[in-house]
Design a protein around this ligand. Structure first.
Ligand SMILES: [Zn+2]
Length: 182
């Protein structure tokens, strides 16, 4: 893609523990060039960090916007299963709300705010999300499998929930201790 050759603004990723990661982000009501530029900077930051999803809380901004791009050709995300419509799609999702969910999937998740840490989390296998795009236009997004996991993980961030909250207390406590959190 052309954009790979362009200099793009990089945002600083906040690592846990940090209050901004455990605070609910606010609804977006202004859809302007600033929001569009912020969405682009989030994409650039996520790509540089080799992430597949990023929520605004993770760059210290308490606004309800997240980005997702799951590469099909990546070693981690493309080898198992079939190529889906959501692979290699660049999603910029504003004010998302899960309106339907079904099934169960367990996935070994990672998070850019918890470097080097992975853990199994159980979530819905399919979700339907009502949201807006950066222009304020309504969009409905259906996700299954890894895309559903990603949507739920990032929407959690906007609600101030981090993935260790979904792990067993024993595992979460061990992580808190290891990362020096209270
Ligand atoms: Zn995360």
């Amino acid at each position: 893609m052309v954009e790979d050759n362009m200099t793009q603004e990089q945002l600083k990723i906040v690592t846990w523990p940090a209050p901004v990661l455990e605070t609910r982000a606010e609804e977006i009501t202004v859809f302007d060039d600033g929001l569009r530029a912020f969405g682009e900077a989030m994409h650039a930051t996520m790509r540089t960090a080799h992430g597949i999803g990023l929520a605004a809380n993770q760059v210290g901004v308490l606004k309800r916007i997240l980005v997702i791009e799951i590469p099909w050709d990546g070693k981690r995300y493309g080898k198992n299963g079939e190529r889906r419509a959501w692979h290699d799609q660049r999603y910029t999702i504003v004010n998302p709300e899960i309106v339907e969910q079904e099934g169960v999937i367990t996935f070994n998740e990672g998070c850019l705010s918890f470097p080097e840490l992975f853990g199994e989390v159980e979530r819905a296998r399919r979700v339907l999300v009502k949201a807006q795009d950066v222009d304020g236009k309504a969009q409905v997004i259906e996700g299954d499998n890894l895309f559903a996991v990603c949507l739920q993980h990032e929407i959690d961030h906007l609600n101030g929930i981090v993935f260790i909250n979904h792990m067993t207390k024993l595992r979460a406590d061990a992580i808190r201790q290891k990362l020096g959190a209270p």
